[in-house]
Design a protein around this ligand. Sequence first.
Ligand code: ADP
Ligand code: NI
Length: 200
Amino acid sequence: MNPALYEAALERISRLFGEDATGHDVHHTLRVYRMAMRLAEAEGADRELVGLAAMLHDADDPKLFGSGDGLPNAQAFMEEQGISPAQADVVCTMIGEVSFSKNGSKRPSTIEGMVVQDADRLDAIGAIGIARTFAFGGSRGQAIHDPDRTTGTSIAHFYEKLLKLKDLMNTEEARRIAEERHRYMEAFLSEFHDEWDGVR
Ligand code: ADP
Ligand code: NI
């Protein structure tokens, strides 16, 4: 992605996310961007499209910005930057296809969308994923764990979503990275339950 466009996107998302503490800070987006560019390289995907979609993928997240129609923040940014309406449409379609909640386990329709979805999902697992889960749970006033509950706690979120992500990766490189991060989460959960049960 060209440096001037990257700088402008960085400035915009920094302003949009501010000091968000729900796991959607600007650093999440920058990690997704870097990972997406790495996967784009491996897959031969269009780096301009991947870069734009990665930088803007949470810019209209309903959890932060309310659920109106369309992607006004992403659209406004691209228009200001002189991105053609046709290219902006492609980027918006990619962003719509990336979301887990909206899209479930459906695969994005392009390799560029697949790469950004993989990068976003990789940031939900591993050490960073663990940290984000408890940050998000805390921000919602959700319990860390309750052995009687299989939903609505941060530990439950691992079983409901995070441990499933490695099998949903679209690309080879992402699958390889996901497997390592998955093992790390399993080790964490095993230790967590042992400590909880007083075994250790
Ligand atoms: P993303 O922007 O990566 O698609 P989400 O908006 O789904 O992520 O969630 C942001 C972060 O909060 C992720 O790390 C996700 O795993 C975590 N998260 C989402 N829902 C829950 C939940 N119910 N409990 C704990 N963590 C959650
Ligand atoms: Ni995200």
